[in-house]
Design a protein. Sequence first.
Length: 359
Amino acid sequence: MGSVHKKLQVLLVGSGGIGTMVAYALEKGGKAEVAAVLRSNFEAVFDNGFTIHSVDHGEIKDWQPTSILDSIPSVNKESWRAAYDYVIVTTKNAPDIPPSLPDLIAPAITPGHTAIVLIQNGLNIERPFFSAFPTNTILSGITFMGAIESPPGTINHHNHDRTFIGAFHNPAAGLPQKAFATALALHLMDAYSACGPNVDCTYEPDVPYSRWRKLLYNASYNGVAAILGMDTSRMRFSEHIIDDLIRPLMQEIRATAKAAAGVELEEELIEKIITADGYDKCFKPSMLQDVEKGKFIEFENLVGEPLREAERVGVKTPTLKVVYGLLKGLQFKAKERHLKEVVVPRNGEGLKYGGCVRS
């Protein structure tokens, strides 16, 4: 990736709360230049920059990364544009909603050069990228940061940045490629950590463990919160939601992780994660926030993929299956709203329940 004195060229896709704080940390460290792709907030940031209220960095006014863009750039069509060293994706991951993320970022990827960094939740998120970009390194990013954009251009960063960077294992690549991927992960971690001691960016050597561990929370609290419309404090107040739903879901994830991936999640993690959110915080997990805003939810990689892994290896996950079915129903309703698909009965088509037309 060139001289050690050359700043990393980074494209950030998804400059909401989390993405903007990632961009800020990289720019503040002085080892990277970030081009951020903005969508609904482009006009606000173009006019006034970002206003950031950060638990790690303090109060920042009128800030922008090196450049802001309103669409994914094409490194092939724009011959003046240098190749990106890293493309960091921090958007929500909803593979059931087109376009696919690999298709979305493809114009910005230089084969054999650009490392793709998925700072996203969920299981098996790397697989479509291995298929779409067989000569590129795919890196895993897991963050426990809390940051929300509201209103557009204003970032409220309320929970310390703890981010873990590692390399996804590509079964088609050999040991030299694995060593190269590790080096790219460490290089990005170095640039991220340069922003100062308040940010904790760590190399993660065991990506499967870290992803299954985070699923303990995301496959339980996130999904149940979205279905019931309840924050985590109210679930704990109720007691039965924890005993009848949250704890069983976590046990099913533990069993699946061991059987499907050989990942041992310690028993004590369950009680630790059940009480992770402050009892008085009334925290709303991200999937609940998306439901309340009428947005699509990212449930396939949080609930659907662990369920499919369980079915593949014969692990019984009855609670996970019911939660997945309910989340599919919520997503179906969101598709009707956003895609203007009105489902109307139609007989005689030979479909399982009579068929439908969409208009």
